[in-house]
Design a protein around this ligand. Structure first.
Ligand code: 13P
Length: 293
């Protein structure tokens, strides 16, 4: 199946009360692992790159070609959207031009009116290409590829105004943060989440899928509750980085890179590869997306 917009499967997720993973990729191995896990679980997914990851991989066109060609050569039949995570105004345009089927325009650091104006323009551009678009209000805490946010709760009126630009799904701060959660984290604000869902769905007259950034390390009961209150896309990057690090560490610490041809990158990266397949399968199960393709 060719790459698709995320709009249809996220709307279905919101309506039917499950979450779809937005899994960040960083290289060829991760991309294969994520796609294989989605296929094994028969689940729709978004495979996403930050701007930094896309640059690291050789540019948007390389990312597009890798994902599109792997879908073909691995025989992936589940719906996959290639999504730009935390895109800048210019980055969003460049990713669409390269063939990304979904973008996030993160204008949360602009004055609100400018965020609205730029989002509107990118909604028209994305939709003219059949791509879906996510926007953000209220910064997500922590740091994601150089984008630093303090983790404030999103303003409800701003959520409504940005949803009215015609975006397909909305990222709004509800106490979530990128990277590992600190010891003193007080949890997600379900009160604010409920207020946002009520206001946004009420204003638009239909259920708008919400996006939970910072999905790594949130306890399972909080993820489930967030899904029940309107979250339909859950972003995960750090958890994949950690399992990849741990599996690679274990291999090296056991001295396996010194046994035979254990230094061959195909062997050296294999434990991390498998760890990501397993982790993505577990998360798909946890988000309720198994057999939802
Ligand atoms: P984590 O750092 O919690 O994995 O969040 C990833 C994310 O939200 C990407 O936008």
């Amino acid at each position: 199946m060719p790459l698709v917009s995320a709009s249809e499967f996220l709307t279905a997720a919101r309506e039917n009360g499950y979450g779809v993973g937005g899994f960040n990729t960083n290289n060829l191995e991760w991309t294969q692992s994520i796609l294989k896990a989605a296929q094994a679980k028969n689940a729709p997914i978004l495979i996403q790159t930050s701007e930094g990851a896309a640059k690291y991989m050789g540019g948007y066109k390389v990312c597009y070609d890798i994902v599109a060609d792997l879908i073909d050569s691995l025989g992936i039949t589940v719906p996959v959207a290639l999504h730009l995570d935390h895109g800048s105004y210019e980055g969003a345009k460049a990713a669409l031009a390269a063939g990304y089927t979904s973008i996030m325009f993160d204008g949360s650091h602009f004055p609100f009116e400018e965020n609205i104006t730029k989002t509107k323009e990118l909604v028209a551009l994305a939709h003219s290409k059949g791509a879906s678009i996510e926007a953000e209000v209220g910064t997500i805490g922590g740091e994601e590829d150089g984008i630093v946010g303090s983790g404030e709760l999103a303003d409800i009126n701003e959520c409504v105004a940005i949803a009215e630009t015609g975006i397909d799904f909305l990222a709004c701060g509800i106490g979530n943060i990128h990277g590992p959660y600190p010891e003193n984290w007080t949890g997600l604000s379900f009160e604010r989440l409920q207020e946002i869902t009520t206001a946004v769905d009420g204003a638009l007259g239909h259920k708008v899928p919400l996006v939970l950034h910072g999905g790594s390390g949130i306890p399972e009961d909080q993820i489930k509750k967030a899904i029940s209150l309107g979250v339909a896309k859950i972003n995960v990057n750090t958890e994949l980085q950690l399992v990849f690090r741990d599996a690679t560490n274990e291999y090296v610490k056991a001295g396996k890179d010194h046994e035979g041809k254990g230094y061959d990158p195909r062997k050296l990266l294999a434990p991390g590869f498998t760890a990501i397949v397993n982790e993505v399968e577990n998360l798909i199960e946890r988000f309720g997306t198994t057999e939802k393709a």
